[in-house]
Design a protein around this ligand. Structure first.
Ligand SMILES: [Zn+2]
Length: 466
């Protein structure tokens, strides 16, 4: 990046529903999709005199995540009341953590085009989610056109983990990669399903811009409650465009909350800073501070599985950093490693596993045999698709071997070369990328049955300048 060029600055606040059996401060069970208002009690409905009791497992899960993010674990964390008035909050305040969160500063290893970069974690804290409001004219379809909302208190009091990143992300792609790998970390830890469609993972995205080399930050826009990786990427790009345009036109960019409209690909002001809430935080008098014993923290440290950054570093030895990062980023490394464990070299396994459905691990040995038998691309696709559904019979595929016999392939390759003199010329002129096109022609002539490795070699041999 050259000096003076505009640069994207992104920080994220990620909210995750913890996968505990019961709510954060009462014993109501958590059940996604249950009939409305069937999981409530005096505590989560804020009846007078009801007292909260913290969920021990939720605290452990938060520490686990904190350890996976290399956070400092507080010796004394304090729950606080965050006061605001809204129908989804029967107490009139949310129990959160403010000045003393459970997890302090940490870091996250992010693979980027330039190699691994460290993204700062500001904090991770535990709170309770609000209830869910449903507009009566909307999703339920109960009374279309109604001008009132209904509240479902089942979600009220769900343990909610909030992870705040430093504004260290420098593009939409980096922000999405960070979210994908953070999500993977959370799922691996078993603390949440982190399913954006179900709303168990949501993100607030803070975006600003500045010129390369500039110190400090310009005012940022907050885009709240995003629940799709694709829209998060697009919203960041839209915010970048709109802010750069405003700065260059000499207009003031005001710090506010924005909504992203996917149809117009534009951000519009939701609420400006002057109306910002004053939450009047104060320590929750009904709860004692959380003081996790060192023995507990050490036990949990032992439960943290290998993290995506560690996995990339480990696989980079065999695959190189870029390929290892791509494999892990797309969630294909387990498949590749399962195949490698059956005797296929990791590079081949990685290439074969890339972008295929997750197969059942019991099929790994059968799949390895099929891959090694060098079957047609079609047979391989079919075998992987079937292997995701149930146990497979390798014999069915082993006979469908790819055409790798040089004597059989030679006349086909010669006819393709004769039919494409222009591409041959281009290749001999130094543009080797055109080889892929010629390989494609041979694959078409053989209905996909040719072994691409052999075709590649034979073509290259024949096209070598005399
Ligand atoms: Zn309850």
């Amino acid at each position: 990046m050259t000096a003076g060029e505009w640069q994207t600055v992104v920080g994220l606040e990620v909210h995750v529903h913890l996968k505990t059996r019961t709510k954060m401060f009462c014993r109501c069970e958590l059940e996604y999709g249950a009939a409305e208002n069937t999981h409530t009690c005096p505590v989560c409905l804020a009846h007078p005199g009801a007292l909260p009791v913290p969920n021990e497992r939720a605290i452990e899960m938060t520490i686990l995540l904190g350890l996976a993010l290399d956070c400092e674990i507080a010796e004394r964390a304090v729950f606080a009341r965050k006061n605001y008035f809204y129908p989804d909050l029967p107490k009139g305040y949310q129990i959160s953590q403010y000045e003393a969160p459970l997890c302090g500063p940490g870091r996250f290893a992010l693979p980027t085009a330039e190699g691994e970069r460290e993204i700062g974690i500001v904090r991770a804290h535990l709170e309770e989610d609000a209830a869910k409001t449903v507009h009566a004219g909307g999703a339920t379809g109960r009374s279309v056109g109604a001008d009132y909302s209904l509240v479902d208190f089942n979600r009220g009091g769900t343990p909610l983990l909030e992870i705040v990143s430093a504004p260290d992300l420098r593009s939409a792609d980096e922000a999405v990669s960070f979210l994908r790998l953070l999500r993977q970390t959370i799922v691996d830890l078993g603390v949440s399903d982190a399913d954006m469609e179900k709303g168990t993972l949501r993100a607030d995205v803070n975006v600003s811009v500045r010129r390369a080399g500039e110190e400090g930050f310009r005012p940022r826009w907050e885009i709240k409650n995003m629940n799709s990786f694709r829209f998060i990427g697009r919203a960041i790009e839209a915010a970048f465009r709109q802010q750069v345009e405003a700065h260059e036109a000499g207009e003031e960019v005001v710090q506010s909350t924005y909504d992203y409209d996917a149809d117009t690909d534009q951000l519009t002001v939701h609420r400006s800073k002057e109306e910002a809430d004053d939450y009047r935080y104060f320590p929750e008098p009904d709860l004692v501070p959380v003081e996790p014993p060192a023995t507990l923290v050490e036990r949990l440290r032992g439960e943290v599985p290998e993290r995506p950054g560690d996995r990339i570093r480990r696989l980079a030895g065999d695959l190189g950093f870029a390929s290892a990062a791509e494999l892990v980023m797309n969630g294909n490394e387990r498949k590749a490693e399962a195949l490698a464990a059956e005797g296929i070299d990791l590079k081949t396994a990685a290439a074969v596993a890339m972008n295929r459905d997750d197969f059942l691990l019991e099929n790994a040995a059968a799949l390895a045999r099929i891959v090694q038998a060098n079957v047609t691309r079609e047979a391989l696709d079919e075998a992987f698709a079937e292997a995701a559904e149930g146990p497979i019979d390798p014999e069915k595929y082993l006979a469908q071997t790819a055409l790798g016999d040089e004597a059989e392939l030679a006349p086909i390759i010669d006819s393709v070369i004769a039919a494409h003199p222009e591409q041959v010329e281009t290749y001999r002129g130094g543009k080797e990328g055109v080889l892929g096109f010629l390989v494609g022609q041979v694959m078409r002539e053989t209905q996909g049955k040719a072994d691409p490795k052999v075709v590649n070699r034979l073509l290259a041999e024949r096209l070598r300048p005399e």
